[in-house]
Ligand binder design. Structure first.
Ligand SMILES: Nc1ncnc2c1ncn2[C@@H]1O[C@H](COP(=O)(O)OP(=O)(O)OP(=O)(O)O)[C@@H](O)[C@H]1O
Ligand SMILES: [Mg+2]
Length: 330
């Protein structure tokens, strides 16, 4: 069966005074119906640019230079890279829901919560105003907003951060999308609220069968919520596997470093990368060869700094972009 979303060789670059900056540089990812894919990596590795590209929300000076993004529902595929604005409006908020980090910037401060949920429903469904309002109320119930009848007429500033994020989830789910793209949906919230929101997302996902692209830098969140994981570094996917496999058996030195950098993990078996030094290079400073090699303690081969490693299937279903993957697998 074809995947719900299949991103192939996506390249998105910003054209600035510093030249061409390929923030996403040949990314391929696929999400199956009803599955949750975690996209992880440190700040600046290209996660949000990948998400925004998928929704064709990249603004100048950025543009998608090549690749395809096939979205297949009801047996029909559209390539979001070449789709018309009209097709995209139908997809965004309708068949693909979006949840971003800071709900305050996505909610309109001058309209009530009820009107904003109803608006999305009316945009994508043939319903009357009162049916849309009924749907809005239903959605507030679904995302467990307390006193939903009263909250319908509240304005965004009258709600807490956690409540606003629930409203964003209500908007994202109002039209029963097949896919939700959630970019750091809980990062701006405090820890207990984070857990509640993730719980809610997981519960809704299993009840409604919605697939999720979950972008986060929190590996703990991925371990708890995702079926599969893609690890991104400097514009490229460096490792991809099922979540169970990736956490049990990480093979890319970057992934190993990320896992060992988690404060809650037992570090007794720590290898050469107890923590990762330095930072993700920006596109203007991408190193030659393997982009991780300047930070990698396994990088002793001359080819690490000269040859770009391919993403290889080292174990069935487990893909790694490292010249040393077989040695690490021993
Ligand atoms: N509008 C822009 N103009 C130029 N460069 C940009 C622009 N937006 C993003 N970039 C660059 O693209 C790269 C990837 O950024 P992106 O926002 O996708 O990172 P991220 O993985 O989402 O990080 P974070 O975890 O901090 O959200 C970064 O080097 C960033 O500086
Ligand atoms: Mg981001």
């Amino acid at each position: 069966m074809t995947a719900l979303l299949e991103i192939k060789d996506l390249v998105t670059a910003f054209h600035t005074a510093e030249g061409r900056l390929p923030a996403v540089d040949g990314v391929s990812l696929s999400i199956e119906r009803g599955q949750t894919l975690g996209l992880v990596g440190e700040s600046g590795c290209g996660k949000s640019v990948t998400a925004m590209s998928t929704l064709r929300l990249i603004a100048s000076p950025g543009r998608i230079e090549s690749g395809s993004i096939l979205f297949t529902t009801e047996g029909e595929s559209i390539d979001l890279v070449s789709a018309s604005e009209k097709q995209l409006r139908n997809v965004r908020g309708g068949r693909i829901g979006m949840i971003f980090q800071e709900p305050m910037t996505s909610l309109n401060p001058v309209f009530t919560i009820g009107d904003q949920i109803a608006e999305v429903v009316q945009l994508h469904r043939r319903v009357t105003r009162s049916e849309a309002r009924t749907r809005a109320l239903e959605m507030l119930h679904l995302v467990r907003v307390a006193d939903p009848e009263q909250r319908l007429d509240a304005y965004p500033h009258q709600l807490s951060g956690g409540m606003r994020q629930r409203v964003m989830i209500a908007i994202a789910l109002a039209c029963e999308p097949e896919l939700i793209i959630a970019d750091e949906p809980t990062t701006a919230l405090d820890v207990t609220i984070q857990a509640q929101i993730l719980d809610l997302l997981g519960d809704l996902r299993s009840r409604l069968g919605t697939a999720v692209l979950l972008i986060t830098h929190d590996l703990g969140v991925v371990a708890e919520t995702c079926d599969s994981v893609a690890v991104m570094y400097a514009g490229k996917i460096v490792e991809q596997a099922s979540a169970a496999e990736l956490f049990r058996h990480p093979l890319h030195p970057y992934t190993i470093g990320l896992l060992q950098s988690r404060p809650d993990l037992d570090n007794r078996d720590s290898g050469p990368l107890a923590t990762i030094h330095g930072m993700v290079p920006p596109p203007q400073d991408f190193p030659s060869g393997c982009r991780f090699h300047p930070r990698c303690s396994y990088a002793t081969l001359p080819q690490c700094s000269s040859e770009v490693p391919l993403l290889r299937e080292v174990i069935p279903g487990h893909f790694v972009r490292c010249h040393f993957a077989e040695e690490i697998n021993l």
